[in-house]
Design a protein around this ligand. Structure first.
Ligand SMILES: NC(=O)c1ccc[n+]([C@@H]2O[C@H](COP(=O)([O-])OP(=O)(O)OC[C@H]3O[C@@H](n4cnc5c(N)ncnc54)[C@H](O)[C@@H]3O)[C@@H](O)[C@H]2O)c1
Length: 446
């Protein structure tokens, strides 16, 4: 499923034609390849106001083998620009952000990264300070829309006391794992984190369940977290048995045929994990269905089936795992698949959008309990992802759907999988209750 237009726009003649006609030129995105350096070139780290993270950011980059240049340095091309904006006290301090970013963005290489860190706007009684902190959100989302050539801009809010939680999100947003994650805002929290993990195989020794693993995004998740070291228990309906077995074999995992909406599904899964694996570290709730109709034409069966698979099963299985003594291992992670339809709404998808919005509320509500038990629960909300399903869309609908985002192209299943694999890592425990869109900064639900 190649992107014919992106391939054309990046060909010799295509570059000339698209330039002359002012047509979009979607970039070939830098995706994660195991063994590649975190960044292919140098970075600058600067601050607006009296930031408290600049030193920490510099050491993080240096430890990852990145050359850190002074903002005022020469004209060398940059792979990343990091702005520590934790010191902003009012709108006047934002000029520091402008003064760092404006010249640095001119030097940004294709597939470059802009990452801003700030204090959460909610954590201050001062309206001026809250305004300046919230301003970072508008700044970053606009930079995301201005950048081209595969570059992204994202924001991490870091409350006082949560400084130790930044390493994992900083690495993710700079790496090729976040190729299709743009214009996102993640708030970290203080968490118990394990000693530094093996960056090449951060999930080594972990057992991970992936529902809906027989095909599409679920199969990509299984491949990606197996690559990162986990043993995958691949779950799907009995009707998908052969495809499920193929995926499980390919990733050296095991298959479990299970309809997640069956009345005994949660009990069977819990027993399977206890008996065969002695517990579980990562659960990825990916299985999902659509039954589209305008609400006025939607029968109850369509409504109920979507709610059952997309929302109720995730609630029931997660609750059963929390209730089962000793099945969730220390540092457990649950990652739930939502959708940008659950943020923006979508014509003909009231049932689907309601179920996917429900996921966002679910992870937010469960986050404190997960944190108190040393775990974390998050959601990813994919936008337009190139799958067999989207390949069957009419040409015009597909072209428009895949281009109306800052990357001017659809994402790949692996982009969703990489984000889930990141949230599953032991070091990502400071990311909890969040929903991260994997949508190339889609204009829908932006
Ligand atoms: N493809 C996209 O563009 C896109 C966008 C946003 C969100 N999503 C979400 O990503 C997830 C995966 O989507 P996909 O495009 O790979 O879909 P898909 O239809 O290709 O795969 C879904 C898998 O879930 C399984 N499944 C369905 N009902 C099940 C049940 N009751 N029990 C066990 N397994 C069941 C199916 O058999 C299938 O293998 C879904 O939650 C979907 O809503 C997809």
């Amino acid at each position: 499923m190649s992107d014919w237009y992106r391939d054309f726009a990046n060909s010799g003649v295509g570059t000339t034609v698209t330039k002359q006609l002012g047509l979009p030129r979607p970039a070939v995105l830098r995706r994660h390849i195991p063994g590649d350096p975190l960044l292919p070139g140098p970075a600058v780290v600067g601050s607006a106001g009296e930031g408290r993270l600049r030193g920490e950011l510099t050491s993080l980059l240096t430890e990852a083998g990145v050359t850190v240049l002074s903002p005022a340095a020469d004209t060398e091309k940059l792979s990343a620009v990091l702005l520590d904006a934790t010191g902003v006290t009012g709108p006047a301090d934002l000029a520091g952000a402008h003064d760092l970013l404006a010249p640095a963005l001119k030097r940004l290489r294709p597939n470059g990264r802009v990452l801003v860190l700030g204090d959460p706007p909610s954590e201050t009684a001062s309206p001026a300070q809250s305004a300046a902190r919230q301003a970072l959100d508008g700044l970053v989302r606009s930079i995301g829309k201005e950048l081209r050539a595969g570059a992204t801009a994202n924001l991490v809010y870091v409350p006082l006391g949560a400084e130790a939680s930044i390493a994992s999100p900083v690495r993710f947003f700079l790496s090729g794992r976040s190729a299709y994650v743009d214009g996102q805002v993640v708030t970290v929290s203080a968490a118990q984190l394990p000693p530094a993990e093996d960056v090449a195989r951060p999930l080594a020794g972990k057992v991970a369940v992936v529902t809906g693993a027989a095909r599409g995004i679920g199969a990509a998740i299984a491949r990606t977290i197996a690559r990162d070291g986990a043993h995958v228990v691949a779950v799907d309906v009995p009707a998908a048995g052969q495809a499920l077995a193929d995926v499980a074999n390919e990733v050296g995992g095991t298959a479990l045929q299970l309809d997640i909406t069956a009345p005994d599904a949660a009990r069977r899964l819990v027993e399977h994990l206890r008996e065969r694996h002695g517990g579980v570290d990562v659960v990825v709730h990916n299985a999902g269905i659509t039954r589209d109709k305008l609400l006025v034409n939607m029968d109850t069966a369509r409504w109920n089936s979507v709610m059952a698979v997309n929302l109720q099963a995730q609630l029931d299985i997660t609750q059963a795992l929390l209730d089962a003594d000793g099945v969730l291992r220390d540092g457990f992670r649950v990652v739930c698949v939502s959708s940008t339809s659950g943020i923006a709404g979508n014509r003909g998808q009231t049932n689907y959008a309601a179920s996917k919005a429900g996921i966002i509320g679910m992870v937010r509500a469960w986050a404190p309990e997960f944190a108190s038990r040393g775990g974390a629960i998050n959601a990813v909300a994919p936008g337009f992802i190139v799958t067999e399903m989207t390949a069957k869309m009419p040409f015009g609908t597909r072209e428009v759907g895949s281009r109306i985002n800052s990357m001017q192209q659809g994402g790949l299943p692996v982009d969703v999988a990489e984000t889930i694999a990141w949230l599953s890592q032991p070091g990502s425990g400071g990311v909890n209750g969040q929903t991260v869109r994997v949508c190339g900064q889609s204009m829908l639900g932006a």
